[in-house]
Ligand binder design. Structure first.
Ligand code: WQD
Length: 345
């Protein structure tokens, strides 16, 4: 079946990347089914997706580990391809809840794959993470990391993603007909240009851009800087921030690619530019129009000094345009934060 004409299932479809993905796919003519257990997302996201895209995705509230129910969803809705976003995603939290992270992320994946196989659906895009490279990123001294680099994850979150990739690669090696692309996102951030969708966690705000927005909005007094003694130009950690709309566009291209690919492949999704915590704070100050107080704290367990993507392979394979700059990421994140009128969940 041609992916361009198929119905796409997004697990974790009410979450940060999933919700933007739904808009991009609906706008390009796909039918979209969202599955989400709403453990870290809001149900009204479905209304906002409809308001932007002009079409409503179907939504089923469900934990992806319920394999029989997942198979019903895939079969009943004529799903042709799956993008598996659902999972736990916070580095620090994973150091305290490692068993939850392995359970949700590994059992979630095998459940989705089993349900898909039962329905004859063997095209999957997997939500992986640039953080799987871990200390391998440090070994290349802040230089962009190519996909051939052997991952060396430093925390249970990243480790769970690396194991998932290995499981998928092995399944593609031994089961007929499977075609999987793992997208290793570096640091997705920003918001939809309408400011109606953005990063809107309900249970924990820990990623740097949302924390910056909380500080800008006055909801926290200072931005914690986790470590100013790294071996980097200004002592703070380098990351590769990429706009969530670019991440969604990369998945849309991967849906076409996975149709003919066969087997397993992994692609980095990042801008290829290292931005330090201090540089990002300065850029955020420009975006929000005022200085932000900072509070230097010890390094966060499980963090590495540098994670920057080598981008050549994904750009060629997915025929991607230039990615949006950090200034747009922060301006869009700020517009979304200002528009959000609810108190934090
Ligand atoms: C970025 C940098 C922190 C908060 C992880 C995943 C990745 C993606 C994003 C899912 C680090 C520092 C942070 C703060 C800080 N996954 N920091 N003060 O850990 O690079 O990536 O989240 O969402 O796949 O691996 O992202 O935004 O948490 O941290 O100084 O208040 O900012 O130490 O150096 P990370 P992050």
């Amino acid at each position: 079946m041609n992916a361009a004409a198929s119905t796409v299932l997004l697990t974790g479809g009410c979450g940060f990347i999933g919700s933007h993905q739904a808009v991009v796919l609906l706008e390009s003519g796909h039918d979209v089914v969202l599955v989400d257990d709403l453990s870290n997302a809001r149900a009204d996201v479905v209304d906002r997706i409809e308001a932007i895209a002009g079409r409503r995705p179907r939504f089923i509230e469900l934990d992806v580990r319920r394999t029989d129910a997942m198979a019903d969803v895939i079969g009943d809705h004529g799903v042709g391809a799956i993008i598996h976003f659902a999972g736990l995603k916070h580095v620090r939290e994973s150091m305290e809840r490692s068993i939850d992270y392995f359970d949700v992320n590994l059992a979630g994946l095998t459940s989705v794959v089993r349900a898909a196989e039962r329905c004859g659906v063997r095209r999957l895009i997997f939500s992986s993470s640039g953080s799987i490279y871990g200390t391998a990123g440090a070994l290349v001294g802040g230089a962009p990391i190519v996909e051939e680099t052997m991952p060396n994850p430093t925390n249970p979150y990243s480790h769970s993603k690396w194991i998932c990739e290995q499981v998928l690669e092995r399944i593609c090696g031994v089961e007929a007909g499977w075609s999987v692309i793992a997208l290793r996102y570096f640091n997705p951030a920003g918001a939809h240009p309408s400011a109606m969708l953005g990063e809107d966690p309900t249970n924990l705000i820990s990623n740097l851009v949302p924390v910056l927005m909380e500080a800008a909005a006055g909801a926290i007094d200072a931005v914690p800087i986790f470590g100013a003694d790294f071996d980097t130009p200004d002592g703070t950690a380098l990351r590769d921030y990429v706009h969530v709309m670019d991440v969604a566009r990369a998945h849309a291209a991967a849906l076409t690619a996975v149709d003919t690919a066969g087997g397993f492949e992994a692609l980095n999704i990042g801008r290829g530019e290292g931005v330090s915590v201090r540089q990002l704070i300065t850029a955020a100050e420009v975006a929000v129009g005022r200085p932000l107080a900072v509070d230097v704290q010890p390094r966060r367990a499980g963090d590495v000094p540098s994670l920057v993507a080598a981008t050549d392979r994904a750009r060629k394979r997915l025929d991607l345009d230039d990615y949006l700059p950090v200034e747009t990421i922060l301006a869009d994140a700020w517009r979304f934060r200002q528009r959000r009128d609810r108190p934090l969940g």
